[in-house]
Design a binder for this molecule. Structure first.
Ligand code: 5AD
Ligand code: SF4
Length: 447
């Protein structure tokens, strides 16, 4: 905890946090903001105005890393102009092999370099960084994540981690190396947090974990993800419970039933497929086959009518040939996902797949992404058109980024809808009549 003089000194001081990557990172940034506010800092409008600047990084694909390095190049000048500014590089990217060395050699103006699991140690790290001539490093994978301060970005929807880290070791993925082994939070802590959110007026929570379906396996008490969902569903005044990400291998019938029978659990499942080829799925170490995946989809659709299913796909995994890719195209066509995030395979140093032979040429990968996206946007458009004329319950989330006269919200099935609205309805539920269907969103009017 901070002492009063530290708080005194940081009065009028400002912070800015730039976040890359997944929702877990968005949550981690909210905890960093919570610490800073507790220390007396307030939010800056931009990075130039900040006394503490944190770049919260991602390591999943090379692109995210390149963006950060180019931003660091520009920050060198800012630090020259404002030498007292503390610049921190936070999160998954710095935990990667070779990155800390690169920072030492090429970006020694950075004050603090820390992995994602040092969240609980942030106040001390900040203080040390502020008084040290040299860059302070904290790459320890262990760390306390309970009972930390938090400054949530919104007061009606919240992220709630249920587990941290990952034990799956999919052969392409860096996450187990940078976030460490999977650790479930105690159910009583999760339930207490969600209960408090519901009591203070939050309308929607999203449970977060790299693999929510393996929740509880590492705990002493007997509890699994379906049990947790059922307990949360019983809380009062919490109309929307979401969760991500699901691993097909661990998705039990009991969980499908919990969603089907729950009253507040949203009918949306993000279920990364990654590839439609059994040969590639095996090389990815995913632990399921295409026929298993199809059966799971079948069960979900039968037991949860009206549910939406979204997915992640990686194209150009090492050794993926035309036939493998055709299997992915065919499966996407068959399943008809409500949305698909299609990524070009990006080799991550230290993972098994990065060492595999037969890396797919960049041009081929690009071509395959274009083909899959084309197929998928046709499917989404077709599915969205089925909603024309229907009335959907929408949680008003904010102004549209592209049209300042429009607001944005989501259906229970996680479809984005734009509609004219007023500020006083922010964070409230409205009924919207769908009038136009597009490939990535829907347009409507309040009914
Ligand atoms: N290259 C490309 N995409 C990846 N993902 C994970 N690792 C990689 C990688 N090395 C994708 C997966 C995952 C999503 C979060 O990012 O599809 O589900
Ligand atoms: Fe999130 Fe994974 Fe990126 Fe870390 S590496 S920010 S866990 S997507």
């Amino acid at each position: 905890m901070q002492n009063s003089s530290a708080k005194e000194q940081s009065r009028d001081k400002k912070y800015f946090i730039a976040t890359y990557g997944c929702q877990m990172n968005v949550y981690d940034s909210e905890v960093l903001a919570g610490h800073l506010e507790e220390l007396g800092y307030s939010a800056a409008k931009n990075e130039e105005e900040a006394d503490v600047l944190i770049i919260n990084t991602c390591a999943v694909r090379k692109k995210a890393e390149e963006k950060v390095f180019s931003r660091l190049g520009m920050l060198r000048e800012l630090k020259r102009k404002k030498p007292d500014m503390i610049i921190a590089l936070w999160g998954c990217m710095v935990q990667q092999e070779g990155v800390a060395r690169k920072i030492k050699e090429r970006f020694n103006f950075i004050d603090l370099v820390s992995g994602p699991n040092a969240l609980g140690r942030f106040p001390e790290l900040l203080e040390t960084a502020g008084s040290s001539e040299q860059t302070v490093f904290d790459l320890n994978l262990s760390g306390e994540r309970e009972f930390l301060p938090i400054k949530r970005a919104k007061n009606f929807k919240a992220w709630v981690p249920i587990s941290h880290g990952c034990n799956n070791f999919c052969s392409y993925c860096i996450v187990p190396y940078v976030r460490g082994p999977e650790k479930s939070r105690l159910p009583e802590n999760v339930i207490a947090e969600v209960k408090e959110l519901a009591q203070s007026g939050f309308k929607e929570i999203t449970l977060l974990g790299q693999n929510v379906n393996s929740y509880g396996k590492d705990l002493q008490q007997k509890i699994d993800f379906a049990d947790l969902l059922c307990k949360l569903d019983q809380l009062d005044n919490l109309p929307r419970i979401r969760f991500m990400t699901s691993h097909p291998r661990d998705f039990s019938e009991k969980t499908v039933r919990a969603i089907a029978e729950g009253k507040n659990i949203c009918e949306h499942i993000h279920l990364p497929l990654q590839s439609g080829s059994d040969r590639i799925l095996e090389k990815m170490n995913r632990g399921y086959t295409r026929s298993y995946y199809l059966e799971l989809i079948d069960m979900i659709r039968k037991m949860i009518p009206g549910s939406s299913i979204t997915t992640d796909i990686i194209v150009g995994f090492p050794g993926e040939d035309e036939e493998d890719f055709a299997m992915t195209m065919e499966l996407m066509d068959k399943v008809r996902f409500d949305a698909a995030y299609i990524f070009v395979y990006s080799p991550r140093r230290g993972t098994k797949a990065a060492e595999m032979k037969n890396q797919v040429p960049a041009g081929v990968k690009r071509e395959r992404v274009i083909q899959l996206n084309k197929l998928q946007s046709g499917i989404v458009l077709e599915k969205n058109r089925l909603l024309l004329g229907s009335i959907q319950e929408i949680l008003v989330e904010g102004k549209s980024k592209t049209d300042k006269n429009m607001f944005t919200g989501r259906t229970r099935t996680n479809k984005i809808v734009h509609f004219p609205c007023s500020d006083n309805l922010l964070g409230k539920f409205v009924n919207v009549k769908i009038e136009e269907a597009r490939a990535w969103n829907l347009i409507g009017i309040i009914n």
